[in-house]
Design a protein around this ligand. Structure first.
Ligand code: NAP
Length: 452
């Protein structure tokens, strides 16, 4: 039986092993999920809502435990990890109202009554990455369960611990056996089996654009619906008329949070040329003051990178003569530490175009509004972004012109469970969160009742 050895990224100590789910075990889990889903979908909507609220209460009672698990397994700062566990509770509570609100339509037609129903799809396969193991999982499983489906969740190989604990809490809270199963293991085994198994009726995949394309291609064989949340290289656009102090104070958090391992990281910092020098003067102390260290320290803002392998990958971007403007600090000694780094590359440089997924930001000057929009859109990605200006009209124009799914003006808003989230272009397909998310886990059925 194969297994993964888990390492604490902050000190490189071994924290345990997790056995991989085999192909046969995945198939058995699918059969159990099929049975559980039938009973779940037949429950009264209010009872499904109550069950999800009990699951939310169980998560709430274990926020500290889940947060500590995430600190050890993923290196997230404790304050952030607590927020993540609380967010899972909030997502469950938000969608616990959905079973009673999956409202169809009554459409005027001749000769009878025409109504639509939102039927559950069946068994949903949710595949998640290692950067936000709990929160991203909940964006899939909570609305899917609310819409009457069963869920199989594959956590990332490096970070399965909080997902496994959430699976236990679901059972302890009374969710039926088999309805929500967590299956740790390799993407090439468990993830691919979700894609090829005929009884898994939809895939929600969050991860790299490269693997997402393969998942989408695999799903086409069965015309299986797929939601994709993929990579990003988002722009933080600072105009000369902006509150430069506020923009500079916010910029480090917008890209260095979670050590830059954030699909929404504003890793391209576009600054109007006329204020570039002043902006860099303001940015430097903010970057140097960004607190990097022991994730268990409540005051720490950034922990280590997730693994040695990922540290090698992030470091490789600085190998080929990248022009470093300045860097923050990081601890020495064991742990996968990487100091926050500000670069001044050319527009076509690899660091300015590829997703690094680490605490590295590329500052790129622009000439005017048209140039800023063109530069922001000169990317295969379109996930997130920010616009800093005191000109309301410009804020509106640029927000409408940037090809991105999630933008904020004069702030770096993070993801909110009540608003839709997802990417343009190669950042993804479909939307998660917001009021409509449960509909993405249903088929619309139209029924005509003749009164002849
Ligand atoms: P990844 O390598 O694509 O892996 C993501 C998940 O897919 C993991 O669970 C992985 O399993 C699994 N997987 C690997 N190969 C597979 C296959 N052939 N079939 C099915 N599943 C497979 O991505 P990552 O490195 O974990 O995550 C970083 C990426 O995720 C970044 O590009 C980031 O931008 C993106 N991301 C996007 C969003 C968003 O909402 N748009 C959010 C977070 C992250 P293993 O762990 O076993 O390899």
């Amino acid at each position: 039986m194969s297994e993964t050895t888990l390492v604490n990224p902050a000190d490189e100590t071994v924290i345990g092993t997790v056995a991989h789910t085999s192909l046969e075990e995945v198939d058995a889990a699918v059969e159990r999920a099929v049975r559980a889903q039938r009973d779940w979908a037949a429950l009264a909507p209010a009872d499904r809502g109550r069950a999800l609220r009990r699951f939310a209460a169980a998560v709430d009672a274990h926020v500290d435990e889940l947060a500590l698990l995430e600190v050890r397994n993923s290196g997230h700062p404790i304050g952030q990890a607590r927020w993540e566990a609380g967010h899972v509770r909030d997502v469950l509570e938000y969608y616990s109202g959905a079973p009673e609100r999956l409202i169809g339509q009554q459409i005027p037609v001749a000769g009878g009554i025409d109504v639509t129903f939102h039927e559950p799809l069946g068994v949903i396969g949710v595949i998640v990455p290692w950067n936000f193991p709990m929160t991203i999982a909940s964006w899939g499983f909570a609305p899917a369960l609310a819409a009457g489906n069963a869920v199989l969740l594959k956590p990332a190989d490096w970070t399965p611990l909080t997902a496994i604990r959430l699976g236990e809490l679901a059972l302890e809270s009374g969710l039926p056996d088999g309805l929500f199963q967590v299956l740790p293991g390799r993407g090439s085994v468990v993830g691919e089996r979700f894609v090829t198994h005929e009884k898994v009726r939809k895939i929600v995949f969050t991860g790299s654009t490269e693997v997402g394309k393969r998942v989408m291609a695999g799903c086409s064989a069965q015309v299986k619906p797929v939601t994709l949340e993929l990579g990003g290289k988002s722009a933080n656009i600072v105009f000369a008329d902006a509150d430069l102090e506020a923009a500079a104070a916010g910029a480090p958090g917008s890209v260095f949070d979670n050590a830059g391992q954030d699909c929404c990281a504003r890793s391209r910092l576009l600054v109007e040329r006329s204020v570039l020098d002043r902006f860099l003067e303001l940015l430097e102390p903010a970057v140097r003051a960004f607190r990097v260290g022991d994730p268990l320290d409540e005051s720490v803002e950034m922990g280590p990178l997730v693994s040695r392998e990922h540290h090698v990958s992030v470091s490789s971007f600085l190998d080929d003569g990248a022009r470093v403007a300045f860097r923050g600090s990081a601890p020495d000694g064991p742990g996968f530490w990487f100091a926050p780094t500000v670069l001044l590359p050319e527009r076509a440089d690899r660091v300015a175009t590829e997703e690094i997924f680490g605490p590295v930001v590329s500052v790129l000057p622009f000439d005017d509004e048209a140039d800023a929009i063109a530069l922001a859109n000169d990317s295969i990605y379109g996930l997130s972004g920010s616009i800093w200006t005191r000109d309301l009209g410009r804020g509106i124009r640029v927000a409408r012109a940037v090809d991105s799914g999630n933008l904020s003006v004069n702030s770096h808003s993070s993801v909110r469970y009540a608003t839709p989230f997802g990417g343009f272009k190669q950042s993804g397909l479909g939307r998660e969160l917001g009021p409509d998310a449960p509909l993405a886990f249903t088929e619309t059925k139209n029924v005509f009742f003749s009164h002849a």
